[in-house]
Structure formats: structure tokens, C-alpha cells
Design a protein around this ligand. Structure first.
Ligand SMILES: NC(=O)c1ccc[n+]([C@@H]2O[C@H](COP(=O)([O-])OP(=O)(O)OC[C@H]3O[C@@H](n4cnc5c(N)ncnc54)[C@H](O)[C@@H]3O)[C@@H](O)[C@H]2O)c1
Ligand SMILES: [Zn+2]
Length: 404
């Protein structure tokens, strides 16, 4: 018998929208955005909010309720907004995914309703996974509230939680219906979360866009705490989000079937350092260190020139990033040791499957992929960062002592 061939393609399209005062009744953005996708009126909504956001925006729940009341013919809260813990803890315990799935069932959220998640990248990752799995997928809208989630984690197609000692082990590729970035959430971020997300912008600039790196370099002092200037930050978020969105659709591998993932430049070390520090280190901070390490390595390997390396490291330092922590040093001579930073390379390869693929910076704005690394040289790169940080006594975040 001849094989029966199945083939179809599904097209995805969503917008990343920028606004302020999202829940002011005069702001129609959310209601418009839900209307265009709705097949029933009023549209039923389940809202989940990051506890850290609620703590800093105590009127938020009331504002959301007033907004829904104002647009009562179009929108309806299925139940009181749910509040979940913010940060990595919400991805480390599967109970929160279950809580949301249960709420979807209880509140009668169906495939024409929406789950709206408001929070940092961790809450969005967890809620997106719950949305993707309940009813085999209910529509979700992301309202990111940190720099990193507005410019990177919230604008893409991935969701997930941590499991079996592995970051993002359980998850889904499930694009949102829309992403709405409201800049009014950002002033309440602590300095570490304000700064952290800038590393993702530096990442994408370094591998793709020299001019964008130069912009960040130029405004590093204004962007850094305590100044925390709004205007350059909005530009950094916009450009970074745009480049991430563009990469996902244009690079030809939105659901990451290949072994190459350029947007994970600097991430093999970052993911390992987050785990080694029990997630004391924020994702963005870890990415800063991971990029610095891979840039020093690229220089030692004869790829990146010294002046370019200096510009990159100085930009991170002016922004207040710590580029070395003690956890980097343990068990480097035993790459298979679970607490060795180098174990992160194998874990990174396993997560993607296939061949190890690491980005090596050639110049600012251009990187090449390599499939083998030299541990001896990486060890030198760790020492380079340690010596540099110790000699400058840069201890701005107080994270230097983080160790296993
Ligand atoms: N899905 C993806 O493609 C992707 C990409 C990159 C990173 N991530 C994930 O994103 C997570 C990191 O996200 P993050 O950097 O946004 O941090 P986060 O979600 O861990 O939040 C950090 C802290 O900020 C608080 N917070 C959030 N918004 C706030 C606000 N407006 N004011 C005050 N406090 C606020 C949170 O409660 C939390 O305590 C990691 O789990 C990482 O793995 C996912
Ligand atoms: Zn990242």
C-alpha cells in the first residue's frame, strides 16, 4: 500500500505592542487587541499576575477590574485575577502550572477565551506553558513587566518550567496572540532587574548589529542605575524586541529543530551559572557574564581583537554588571563534574540535541558558529575575568561571592 502523506502548514502572526497606562479606561489597546481575535462576546479572560508586580503596583487589580467593568460588553473577567510568586521559584515547582490549568477548568476558559499573564519572564514562561497545555492550548496574551521580558523572553514563542534539574525542561513552542509592553511597569524594578535585561540587547547587538551596540555603548551611563533614563531604555527595548522577533521568523527555524541557536550567544555558561547559584543570579546577570566569558574566549582564540573586547567589557562594567563570580571557578579540570561550569557546555548541547554549537564573536556585529571548544582556553578566559574584576574591585551588585 502507498504511504498516506500528511502535510500542512500553519501560519502564525502576532504583534508586540508598546503603550503606557495600559489599564487606564481611556486606553483601548487591550480591548481592541482582544476584539480582533474574538469569536464570542464578551470575551472571557483569566488573568494571572506576578506577586512582585502586585507588591509594587498595589492598585493594579482594582485597575484591571475597573477596566473590565468599563468594557463590560466586550470583556469579562472569568474570576478574580490569580496571583503567583514572581521569579524562578514559579518555574521550579510544577504546582503553579497545575494551579493555572485548574483555574482554566474552573473558570470555564475555552479555546475562544484568553489567559492574560502579567509579570516577569518567569511568570510568563510558566503561564504560557499552562495555556499551551490546558485544552491543548488556549490563547494567551503576555504583558511583560521587566526589561528582559519586554525585550526578549516575552516576545518569542517559547514557554516552559524547570524540571529534573534542568532549566526549561518541560515546555512548549506556543506563540502568544499578542504581547503588550507597558513602560509604566519598569520604574518599580530593582536595579538588578533593570540592568539585567540590557545584557540581552548587548547579545543581539554583538551578533547582528554594530550600530545598536554603539548606541548602548554611548548611553551606558544614562541607562545604568542610578540614572535609569527612560528614553534610551525604550529604544534598547524596542530594538532588542524587534531583532528577536525578526530573527525568530526570518532565520527559518522558529521552533528550533536545528542545533544552532544564535540568540543563545553567551547562554551555555549563563544557564549553568544560574543553576550553580541556585538562581540567586538573575538570568540577565548570568547572560552578561556568559557573553563576557565567550568574548574573552573569542579573543584568546584569535578571533576578536583586543580593542573590541575592551569596548564590550567596559560597556558591561559601566552598566554595573559583575563579570565574574566565584561559582565559575569550581571543578574546571573536571568538565563532567555536575558543579563544573564546563558541564554547562554538554548540558547546552543536550538541550538543543545534535552537535554542540557555540557562537564565537569575530567582530562587534558578527559571529561565527563553532562546534568544538578548547577547555584550556576557556579556563584562561575565566582567570582573565577574575583578575580583571579583582584588579578593578568592581563589586557593584554584591554578587561576586556567589558560589556553589
Ligand atoms: N521564553 C523565553 O524565550 C525566555 C528567554 C529568556 C529568558 N527566559 C526566562 O525568563 C526568566 C527571567 O525573567 P526576568 O528577567 O523577567 O525575571 P523574573 O521573571 O525572574 O522576575 C524578577 C523579579 O522581578 C519581579 N518583578 C517583575 N516585574 C516587576 C516590576 N514591574 N516591578 C517590580 N518587580 C517586578 C518578579 O516578581 C521577580 O521577583 C528566566 O526564567 C528565564 O529562563 C525565557
Ligand atoms: Zn536569555
Amino acid at each position: 500500500m502507498d504511504p498516506i502523506r500528511q502535510q500542512f502548514s500553519v501560519s502564525y502572526s502576532y504583534e508586540v505592542l508598546f503603550t503606557e497606562a495600559l489599564f487606564d479606561t481611556g486606553n483601548r489597546l487591550l480591548s481592541e487587541c482582544l476584539k480582533t481575535n474574538a469569536t464570542q462576546q464578551p470575551v472571557r479572560l483569566l488573568v494571572v499576575i506576578d506577586q512582585g508586580v502586585v507588591a509594587h503596583h498595589p492598585n493594579l487589580i482594582e485597575q484591571i477590574q475597573a477596566y473590565m467593568q468599563h468594557y463590560a460588553g466586550e470583556l469579562e473577567l472569568a474570576e478574580e485575577p490569580l496571583i503567583v510568586p514572581g521569579g524562578e521559584q514559579v518555574k521550579n515547582d510544577p504546582v503553579y502550572v497545575y494551579t493555572l490549568q485548574e483555574a482554566v477548568a474552573r473558570a470555564g476558559i475555552d479555546r475562544h477565551s484568553f489567559l492574560i499573564a502579567i509579570g516577569g519572564g518567569a511568570v510568563l514562561d510558566m503561564a504560557g506553558f499552562a495555556a499551551a497545555t490546558a485544552h491543548r492550548g488556549v490563547r494567551h496574551i503576555r504583558i511583560p513587566t521587566t526589561v528582559l521580558s519586554q525585550n526578549d523572553s516575552g516576545v518569542g514563542v517559547k514557554n516552559g518550567i524547570n524540571a529534573f534539574n534542568s532549566k526549561n525542561f518541560l515546555g512548549s513552542f506556543a506563540p502568544p496572540v499578542a504581547v503588550i509592553n507597558d513602560k509604566d511597569f519598569l520604574p518599580t524594578l530593582d536595579d538588578r532587574d533593570w540592568r539585567g535585561g540590557i545584557s540581552e540587547a548587548i547579545k543581539v547587538a554583538l551578533i547582528k548589529d554594530t550600530a545598536f551596540f554603539e548606541y548602548i555603548e554611548k548611553y551606558a551611563d544614562e541607562l545604568a542605575p542610578p540614572t535609569r533614563a527612560d528614553e534610551p531604555m525604550q529604544h534598547v527595548i524596542y530594538e532588542c524586541a524587534r531583532m528577536h522577533v525578526e530573527h525568530i521568523s526570518r532565520y527559518g527555524d522558529p521552533f528550533e529543530s536545528g542545533s544552532s541557536r544564535p540568540l543563545d550567544f553567551g547562554h551555555w555558561a549563563a544557564h549553568k551559572l544560574e543553576a550553580l547559584t541556585n538562581y540567586e543570579l538573575r538570568h540577565g546577570e548570568a547572560v552578561g557574564i556568559g557573553i563576557a566569558l565567550d568574548c574573552v574566549y573569542a579573543h584568546l582564540a584569535g578571533s576578536l581583537d583586543q580593542p573590541s573586547l575592551e569596548r564590550i567589557l567596559t560597556t558591561f562594567e559601566r552598566l554595573g554588571f559583575d563579570l565574574y563570580i566565584d561559582a565559575m571557578e569550581g571543578h574546571l579540570d573536571d568538565p563532567a563534574h555536575p558543579k563544573s561550569l564546563f558541564r554547562g557546555l554538554e548540558e547546552f548541547r543536550e538541550h538543543l540535541g545534535g552537535q554542540l554549537t557555540v557562537m564565537l564573536l569575530a567582530t562587534i556585529g558578527d559571529a561565527i558558529e563553532v562546534h568544538e571548544v578548547d577547555y584550556g582556553l576557556y579556563k584562561k578566559a575565566v582567570s582573565y575575568l577574575k583578575e580583571r574584576v579583582n584588579s578593578k574591585a568592581i563589586k557593584s551588585n554584591g554578587i561576586l561571592g556567589l558560589q556553589v
